[in-house]
Ligand binder design. Sequence first.
Ligand code: GLC
Ligand code: GLC
Length: 807
Amino acid sequence: MRFGHFDDKNREYVITTPKTPYPWINYLGTESFFGLVSHLGGGYCFYRDARLRRLTRYRYNNVPVDNGGRYYYVVDGSDYWSPTFMPVKRPLDRFECRHGLGYTRITGERNGVTAEVLYFVPLGETCEVHQVTLKNQSSQKKTLTLFSFVEFCLWNAWDDMTNFQRNFSTGEVEIEGSTIYHKTEYRERRNHFAFFHVNQPLLGFDTDRETFLGTYNGFGEPEVVAQGKPRNSVASGWHPIGSHAITVELEPGAEKQLVFVLGYVENPKEEKWERPGVINKRRAHQLIERFSTPEAVARAFGKLQEHWQGLLSSYQVKSPDEKLDRMVNIWNQYQCMVTFNMSRSASYFESGIGRGMGFRDSNQDLLGFVHLVPERARERILDIAATQCPDGSAYHQYQPLTKRGNHDIGSGFNDDPLWLILGVAAYIKETGDVAILDENVPFDNDPNDTATLLEHCKRSFDHVLNNLGPHGLPLIGRADWNDCLNLNCFSETPDESYQTTQNRTGRTAESVFIAGMFVHIGPEYAALCERKGLAEEAARARAEVAKMEKVVLEHGWDGAWFLRAYDFFGNKVGSNECEDGKIFIEPQGFCVMAGIGVKTGEAVKALDSVKERLDTRYGIVLQNPAYKEYHVELGEISSYPPGYKENAGIFCHNNPWVAIAETVVGRPERAFEYYKKIAPAYLEEISEIHRLEPYVYAQMIAGKDAVRHGEAKNSWLTGTAAWNFVAVSQYLLGVRPEWDGLVVKPCLPKEFGEFTVERRCRGATYVIHVKNSGGTTPSLKVDGKPIPGHVVPYQPAGSRVVVECTT
Ligand code: GLC
Ligand code: GLC
């Protein structure tokens, strides 16, 4: 069952009913000011850091689920309603929400009045614009009152939700004309404030929540709105809000546009005050001025659309499969931008107060983002590398405002260092910017301890070699990619975090997955060395990789698939000998991507075991059988009920590893089948089962052992976005930047048909037409001339190259 449809031409998903199975959200902002907005107008916004600079309040885990946002109320005679359906929930004659790239447009209609709200963050600005268009479709003149509403968060979202003894006394506002200023804590250490403005004279305003709503009312029944009269309340402590009241008279057929701006301003310390106690509003006035008319809004909106048009044009496909096209051309790339910006901080499942930027996560996010804005990828790589420790290990997370490693979580996730090499390699392949390897980057942000980025990569590589276990496999540390496989943790105490609690010291627990990573990513390190003329170091690296490959086949092979790990006691994890958790997805995907056992047959066997034991209707589960009870020696993985999350959920993040692995062994049908199983556009028709947005990936879909098999959770912020973009764009459609050229090597079933990819890389444009007959060793012609192999040499910036590929 569907709850809307794709509008590919406008790059929008159009939701046609307020009653989707769960709030379906979108993101506003691409640089420093961000907002989350649901199809019901729910959500919040923040400047840079979702925890420390939150402008508006949002209550997670609330009842009903999506309560609180930027709301508008239309008062029409004795009736009042919200165009976003929430919070008033008055039935609408028509409802439509269009989620587009960086904007959301929600339209409601009732009794002959249409109200449309367009929400977006203009490029380069620290504000949200809400443009409200009211239209009288009836045959009578209408005199309406429009009320706006936002509830301010007292900046630090964690403190705001917990420290009431203080916070109920600190709230402060100023009102000037049609602008409401939120200045809590500005009197002391903050030099930033928020404002909410409308480009119209006011009938009145309210800034005190209790006055506006009435103490015992919810957002859906504000007293002020019910009475149609603002009270000009001035908040003092308690809960500052911003609400404007505006009278709008509309002749039949007439419409009016109002521009609301919700902004964030920082003042230098010396310029904080205009006079004692009154904030200096100069910068706010300037910002307001820039959006004072609908024409200015239209220009800014046009720029945003051009911006996205430009970004997405670096990879476009035209194929007979419209679902694949809309994922590749629009939504998957868009989600990659969002994950790059947010890491795992703020979604409807991530509260914005918990997780900083993950070392592992952010490196992987780069893989799907680097072609969009390579300069930002460069900056991100240097930030991430600066949180690496001198011994090559890495802080598991860092805070976006300070860019410092997060001490609460620390390090010890032994897969982390290797992801840095993968991110750096992807960046250089995309851009050719080998010079990044010479950048001086501190360890642990210490300016007195720096080394080149290449040296950072070396320390990553060596960190694995310096931490090998009894079988010569890498030690797992706290965990590897699977945060929940905690083999040294032994936690028996409720409330203890599996990720941060004191671990046993042991040098036994080993990860076959990290070994697979090492074999896959190690050659990238060798290639980096070669770029720098370090032949000997490259040879050393390749020799270590070859050694590890042998070790995997000797100690990491279980007969029909790759083992997952050895535990603290040296027992096998992910083996046929185990009662539960006999086979895990991660090492099958990564070892085969690395090429282990491709020549000797283990690779195909492993993938066949995946098909037989892990594949389901809705995707590949993480392991099987699910753990039925808690295993203290395995940790969090066995804490989840069977079928959810890491305990045999369909963890979408690693499904594309298997899809890529299938292309490595040359099986296009399987690869494409796995791709389609979890790609959201293909799930649109089962939205009542899947429940989350049909335009973006979710982290997890409940596995076959779960009560709610097929139901997704944790949409938006997941490595799934980047990895699926890599799988489909680089391995199925088969166009990927390598060191010396663009590889063109599609792997799709014959029935898929012919297709064309347009790929911009290093300033040149490659138009690649693929005559596909399902083969996996294509022949290529470049500008009409046949070339050997699958690599189209890079062409000078500005050129347009035509590639014909026959498979
Ligand atoms: C979460 C984490 C990611 C981890 C995965 C598996 O998605 O963000 O870092 O790899 O879970 O545990
Ligand atoms: C939990 C989740 C896992 C996530 C981790 C982050 O363990 O199951 O997916 O990566 O928390 O700390």
